[in-house]
Write a protein that binds this ligand. Structure first.
Ligand SMILES: [Zn+2]
Ligand SMILES: [Zn+2]
Length: 102
């Protein structure tokens, strides 16, 4: 059932999401973001929030296994992400460029 509280809460939630997108587009913390090897969407939205538990995962490129404090495990280890200029969380290009090769 839709009521005024739900409309107000959804509008508030939408504003917060739009503010995160605007922040991602502006990329005001680019140096920090690149140092962490995270794409704009991952860095500013913190989209990779998962359940809190220790999860073992392996890098999608080199296969090294590691442990992570969430079920939303990274895609790549930081070393591979930095070497390939890819987001360690989702694997996207750090500058959102379309690539012809990995
Ligand atoms: Zn790796
Ligand atoms: Zn990402």
């Amino acid at each position: 059932m839709l009521d005024l509280n739900r409309v107000i809460n959804q509008a508030c939630s939408n504003r917060l999401i739009l503010e995160k997108y605007a922040e991602a587009l502006a990329d005001g913390r680019r140096a920090e973001r690149l140092a962490e090897a995270e794409c704009r969407l991952c860095h500013y939205s913190r989209a990779h929030v998962g359940g809190q538990t220790i999860t073992t995962w392996s890098c999608g490129l080199c296969g090294v296994t590691s442990r992570h404090g969430s079920t939303a495990v990274p895609c790549l280890c930081v070393t591979c992400a930095r070497l390939r200029h890819l987001c360690r969380l989702c694997g996207s290009d750090l500058d959102d460029k379309s690539r012809r090769k990995l």
